[in-house]
Design a binder for this molecule. Structure first.
Ligand code: TYM
Length: 325
């Protein structure tokens, strides 16, 4: 199968990004053709500092490697370094109904969040995402739940293109985990964990053990004191149980038994230890890669060449089908 996915280099990556998306990538890479992108052109649709973008791109590359993505097998590259992404996005825009873009949840949320930064790029964001996916004739897109609507949109565009210009694109499926697809904020378990939220609501992959412990110990929990999984009545504890379960492989039912008769405090302390231990290699590798910028750049350069070959072939076909010369 052909797999494509990406992450915006718009700040530190958090446990939600890892558990919802990246954990799937690692499992998929051995048996499939995987392309993993650092989507910098998407990152600039919300406020950002130009001077920090390169650091975020390299940090995201380091996370991909630290998580276990093997650059010998999978293609790792930066979106803006393969110009076919922007080129295809423009062509696809010409067949995109405006109404479809305006109804996208992410557009509504982001334009609400950044009222003085509602740019055209934010509106056409899903078209660029469709271009990312379709350029590589992708079968499946492993993502968190919040991206499901964008993949649905991509299928709609693929179908429209095929109907108008002849069979060209596959209609890609989203791959969304049953558990972990939506990790919630530590400070408000009704909202998803998000890079743009306050730092104490997120566990970042490079957080120090002290920060991780502090954030988990002060995570919002529910009234009551039993450690029970119930997403409607005990959102906070259920979110923490999900994280515990995904990092240890224990089921939430096993964890309920393990913590029966113990309070939230004991449970949180144990979870903090699990998270600190799980993320230890990330911190170690980040320090290692921080001094090897040229190594990361070399990986991205190789990824660029490999991605370009596929992207150029698709663009040639698309242009021909659309009557461009
Ligand atoms: P981004 O950068 O917001 O998030 C990257 C990945 O992390 C997942 N994710 C979560 N999963 C579980 N719980 C959470 N709290 C959580 N927060 C984020 C996201 O679902 C995503 O899989 N538009 C995309 C980037 C993109 C892309 C693509 C993805 C651009 N082109 C093509 C796939 C294919 C985004 O903003 O992801």
């Amino acid at each position: 199968m052909k797999i494509f996915s990406g992450i915006r280099p718009s700040g530190n990556l958090h446990l939600g990004n890892y558990l919802g998306a990246m954990q799937q990538w690692i499992k998929l890479q051995n048996e499939n053709d995987c392309v993993f992108c650092i989507v910098d052109l998407h990152a600039i649709t919300t406020p950002y500092k130009p001077g920090e973008l390169k650091k975020h791109i390299l940090d995201t590359t380091a996370v991909y490697l630290a998580a276990g993505i093997n650059p010998e097998k999978s293609v790792i590259f930066v979106q803006s370094q393969v110009k076919e992404h922007s080129e295809l996005a423009w062509l696809l825009e010409t067949i995109t109904p405006m109404g479809e873009l305006k109804r996208m949840t992410q557009f509504k949320e982001k334009s609400e969040q950044h009222k003085d930064y509602v740019n055209a790029g934010l509106l056409s964001y899903p078209v660029l995402m469709a271009a990312d996916i379709l350029l590589y004739k992708t079968d499946s897109v492993p993502v968190g739940k919040d991206q499901e609507q964008h993949i649905e949109f991509t299928r709609m565009i693929a179908k429209k293109f095929n109907q108008k210009f002849g069979d060209t694109f596959k209609e890609p499926a989203s791959m969304i985990l049953k558990e972990g697809a939506k990790i919630m904020s530590l400070t408000n378990p009704k909202k998803k964990m998000s890079k743009s939220d306050e730092p104490k609501s997120c566990i970042f992959l490079f957080d120090t053990p002290a920060d991780i412990t502090k954030k988990i110990m002060s995570a919002e929990t529910d009234s009551g004191k039993e450690v029970i999984y119930n997403v409607t009545k005990k959102r906070g504890i259920s979110n923490l149980l999900t994280i515990y379960s995904l990092l240890t492989g224990k089921t939430t039912a096993d964890l309920e038994k393990e913590f029966k008769g113990k309070g939230y405090g004991d449970f949180k302390k144990s979870l903090a230890e699990v998270v600190v231990q799980y993320l230890e290699p990330f911190r170690r590798k980040q320090q290692e890669f921080a001094t090897r910028e040229s190594y990361l750049e070399e990986i991205l350069k190789q990824g660029q060449s490999r991605a370009q070959i596929i992207a150029q072939a698709t663009m040639q076909e698309v242009k021909q089908k659309m009557g461009l010369i």
